[in-house]
Design a binder for this molecule. Structure first.
Ligand code: SAM
Ligand code: SF4
Length: 421
């Protein structure tokens, strides 16, 4: 059970973060497009594939109904945009393909990965999929092209899958288990996405999901807390029932306890069997990245850039040889410091030296009040060269990260107003 004191601290932190993201996370300034690379280094490239055959009630990512025709047209423009980024002078060593459902059009996806690999110094490729596109033959075609495939499972519980509409589309929990089981080992890393704290989910139900996952033994798993931004709040309530934070703390403890032996390496809400496996939280692990495709974000130096969301507008921009980036926002130094602290402590450890190198200031001077509050809340422990999280801190930083993601949804919400899906 969470103590009253830690409940109060959690609520206050949540409130602070929602105010903070309201203040900082909006992107309104018209943009002329990405600048040439500010540094001669290799960046991460994110490709967004915004197509799905169904829309899940909790999902706020930029997506449209899949048709072969729309996808063919989209991929043509996408590859043009990638060429434009190449012409600007960027090089990439890491490719992340997210969605939507990137594997929805296998041919176009494969052609695009090969295209990117020819243009840039790619060393790792990570890709998302739903459970419909993981037949052995499909995954075998990805061998040598994709290093990590993350499969959205969300839950193995049939009653929940039915409420989510996924049972009909992707099969029962047992069927999804069997499908994943028969493709494990084909690619270097298979990861399974689960979500916890669905309305009506019980501790026993969550434990069953975790036991099933451990029996399946994929190399990696991400177990996300359900995020209910304004974009999805109503659809979650309508399909799943009233959302509550009552169990979230306890559920996160159950997850850490259950996975600590089979998946000893924890990275925020991602868990790996081994330490050196790649993780696809590109926003978290990479200080800078370039996003291409409709509704993607780029972050370079101190500025967030936003690509056009609407498919027809995106196509027009590319055809007219204009940048798909339409808006941008530059962040002041203090907000970048907060962000860095949050992200590093979400992963459990902040290096004081790295912080000083990034910002030219000692964290104890720059964020003295914040560190004092976190120490007072028993969320962090200070060491000579680093700051680490306590058990309670692990949860508190998950709460902050969740609020941050929901803040990003506010940007998506603004950008998707008036769109036809
Ligand atoms: C963009 S989705 C793509 C996955 C794939 N299309 C599928 O449905 O299986 C990537 C992952 O984000 C997570 N996700 C999406 N919406 C979420 C939410 N509201 N709260 C927590 N996790 C969420 C899910 O676990 C999902 O598998
Ligand atoms: S979870 Fe996957 S299938 Fe469902 S709407 Fe989001 S991207 Fe599409």
């Amino acid at each position: 059970m969470q103590s009253t004191q830690s409940k109060i601290i959690t609520s206050a932190t949540s409130y602070f973060m929602s105010q903070y993201t309201k203040h900082y996370l909006h992107v309104e300034k018209p943009s002329l497009g990405l600048p040439p690379p500010p540094e001669a280094k290799k960046y991460l490239l994110y490709i967004h594939v915004p197509f799905c055959t169904m829309f899940c009630p909790y999902c706020s990512f930029n997506k449209f109904t899949y048709t072969k025709e729309a996808a063919t047209k989209y991929y043509l423009h996408l590859r043009d945009e990638i060429l434009h980024v190449k012409e600007l002078g960027y090089d990439f060593n890491y490719l992340v393909i997210g969605g939507g459902t990137p594997l929805i059009d296998e041919e176009e996806l494969i052609e695009t990965i090969e295209f990117v690999k020819k243009l840039f110094s790619i060393e790792h490729v990570s890709c998302e999929t739903d459970p419909n596109h993981i037949q052995k033959e499909t995954v075998t075609r990805l061998k040598g092209l994709v290093d990590r495939l993350s499969v959205g499972v969300q839950t193995f519980d049939d009653a929940l899958l039915k409420k989510l509409g996924r049972y009909e589309k992707f099969g029962s929990g047992d069927e999804v288990y069997e499908k994943i089981s028969s493709m494990l080992g084909i690619l270097p890393i298979t990861s399974v996405d689960l979500i916890f704290n669905f309305p009506s989910q019980t501790e026993e139900g969550l434990k069953r999901d975790l036991d099933t996952l451990k029996k399946l033994r994929p190399e990696q798993t991400s177990v996300y807390p359900l995020m209910t931004s304004s974009l999805v709040k109503n659809s979650v309530k309508k399909t799943l029932g009233a959302f509550s934070l009552e169990n979230e703390f306890n559920f996160f403890r159950v997850i850490k306890e259950s996975l600590k032996e089979s998946y000893p390496s924890r990275h925020g809400w991602s868990f790996s069997k081994e330490n050196d496996l790649i993780i696809d939280e590109y926003i978290i692990d990479n200080e800078e990245y370039v996003g291409v495709g409709s509704g993607s974000f780029s972050f370079l130096k101190d500025t967030l850039y936003l690509n056009e969301f609407a498919l027809d507008q995106y196509a027009s921009l590319i055809q007219e040889k204009r940048s798909a980036v339409t808006k941008e926002r530059t962040f002041p130094a203090n907000s970048q410091m907060y962000y860095r602290m949050m992200v590093d402590l979400f992963n459990g450890k902040l290096s004081k030296k790295k912080f000083a190198t990034m910002f030219g200031e000692n964290i104890n001077d720059a964020l003295s009040k914040e560190l004092m509050l976190l120490k007072f809340s028993k969320a962090i422990k200070e060491h000579k060269e680093s700051i680490t999280t306590t058990e309670f801190g692990d949860y508190l930083f998950l709460v902050m990260m969740k609020e941050f993601y929901m803040g990003m949804d506010r940007i998506r919400n603004d950008a998707r107003k008036n769109l036809t899906l």
